[in-house]
Write a protein that binds this ligand. Structure first.
Ligand SMILES: [Zn+2]
Length: 283
């Protein structure tokens, strides 16, 4: 399973810049509100570890009992989890639009995969359009870094890694769009990819010319967002998904051809051997 996010994409800011001082009423509720907001906005991500109690109390400028109350509240509602000896982490709650049985259903039925891509084409188009309008300088800096890593992994011909960075790239475009609902729906879509529901996806990366084409499409989306050209960004993102759809279909057909020719080969070799056995018996 390929993780959706990698540590390298984390914001450049240190964690103490992420948590800010509680200004007015220094209550547990205020702390809860701030952490909730950070999870919703995608600043804190699944699995992120919160700083230790003392440090965190300092960042928020609240007493430790108040902080403890806030953390207990968030844990009680399943937003944070404490791992024995491993600190407090953000729980796996974001992008859980599809329950596991639904994921299995989608994996088992080709029509659902087609519906997935049709839906994703629209949502991805909107995300790129909003990103071109709304991306901040920090968003663009993060996008530049991901693009540079994508280029590097393309150079080193590592399709598995490139496929993982591909997901990261789209997730970041989703963040640049600055719409929380859009972000969480997109994340749910990417979960299906990283959980390997679409087994033809990695196969598609191995088809001749596909990786080059995908890279140039990602460059086009990146450039349009950086140029703040909303219409171009939307079109580039939609064209990209149309292409992904086509190459996944192609990969599926190629996979089927490979299966058939393998069966033929086995049949021939087997047939020839059985023929030879028969001849031996007759002699
Ligand atoms: Zn892509």
């Amino acid at each position: 399973m390929v993780p959706v996010e990698s540590v390298e994409t984390r914001a450049v800011a240190t964690l103490s810049e992420v948590f800010s001082r509680i200004e007015h009423s220094r209550t547990a509720d205020e702390v809860v509100q701030q952490i909730e907001g950070l999870i919703l906005e995608g600043v804190l991500r699944v699995g992120d570890r919160l700083p230790g109690e003392r440090e965190l109390a300092q960042d928020f400028d609240v007493s430790r009992p108040i902080l403890r109350n806030a953390l207990k509240n968030l844990e009680g509602r399943g937003l944070l989890v404490t791992r024995p000896g491993g600190g407090t982490h953000v729980a796996d709650v974001i992008g859980q639009v599809f329950a596991p049985p639904v994921m299995d259903l989608i994996a088992a039925h080709p029509k659902a995969a087609a519906d997935y891509l049709e839906y994703r084409r629209e949502v991805e188009g909107i995300a790129a359009e909003y990103a071109a309008r709304r991306a901040t300088r920090d968003d663009l800096a993060l996008l530049d870094r991901i693009m540079a890593r994508m280029e590097a992994s393309h150079e080193s011909a590592n399709p598995q890694e490139e496929a993982a960075i591909d997901v990261e790239f789209h997730a970041t475009i989703g963040e640049c769009a600055h719409n929380i609902i859009l972000l969480h729906t997109l994340r749910s879509c990417y979960r299906l990819l990283s959980d390997g529901v679409f087994r033809h996806r990695l196969l598609a990366f191995e088809l001749p010319g596909v990786r080059e084409e995908l890279l140039s499409q990602h460059r086009a989306i990146h450039a349009a967002v950086a140029d703040r050209d909303a219409a171009r960004a939307r079109q580039a993102a939609m064209d990209h998904i149309t292409y992904v759809e086509r190459s996944m279909h192609e990969a599926e057909r190629t996979g089927d051809w490979q299966r058939v020719s393998r069966l033929r080969l086995i049949q021939r070799i087997d047939g020839a051997r059985r023929g030879a056995d028969r001849q031996q018996r007759q002699q």
